[in-house]
Write a protein of this length. Structure first.
Length: 174
């Protein structure tokens, strides 16, 4: 009887935990800022990368904020696993901006960006600048844009970085 009581106690204490662990996870929606999502042309690349994670459903893309909303179970699709998969296609997840109302959109016309590779190069110039929350490049329209924290950077810093890498900015029109 003395041996039976500890065994029953262990079984009773672990049984509910085991049932909870075996229960299917409830799908949840989560939004991430996606670095590398600099152009609508990158949507195909994002969808291709996500094929490696069939348990993750891409629900929505917001190119203006470089954000994507995903639906997943939270068990298999951890943030680390999602991030590691996306890195293979030159994406990464980042936190959504805490203060989007403080951000300012800057648009800069550029000359000579005529393909997705050139657009990616311009993106890689702007994205790491401190104060840039999101950068986008539209080579078809000939412009780059960035959501910036005006307390940390400004248009002049973005233009200087682009010019330093030989990206041509047309003279301002009167």
């Amino acid at each position: 009887m003395k041996l039976l009581t500890p065994l029953l106690t262990i079984l009773l204490l672990t049984a509910p935990a085991n049932r909870a662990a075996d229960a299917p996870a409830v799908p949840k929606s989560i939004t991430h800022r996606i670095t590398g999502l600099f152009s609508p042309d990158r949507e195909f690349d994002l969808r291709e990368a996500l094929k490696a994670l069939p348990e993750v459903l891409l629900v929505k893309i917001d190119f203006s904020l470089a954000q994507a909303t995903f639906l997943h179970d939270g068990k298999k699709a951890t943030a680390d696993r999602l991030n590691n998969t996306l890195r293979l296609a030159h994406f990464a997840i980042a936190p959504v901006s805490a203060n989007p109302e403080k951000l300012k959109r800057i648009e800069i016309p550029v000359i000579g960006l005529d393909c997705k590779g050139c657009a990616f190069g311009a993106y890689r110039i702007l994205q790491p600048i401190e104060g840039v929350e999101q950068a986008a490049v539209d080579f078809r329209l000939g412009k780059v844009s960035a959501l910036i924290d005006p307390a940390r950077t400004d248009r002049a810093a973005l233009e200087a970085a682009l010019k330093k890498k030989q990206i041509e900015i047309p003279a301002a029109q009167p």
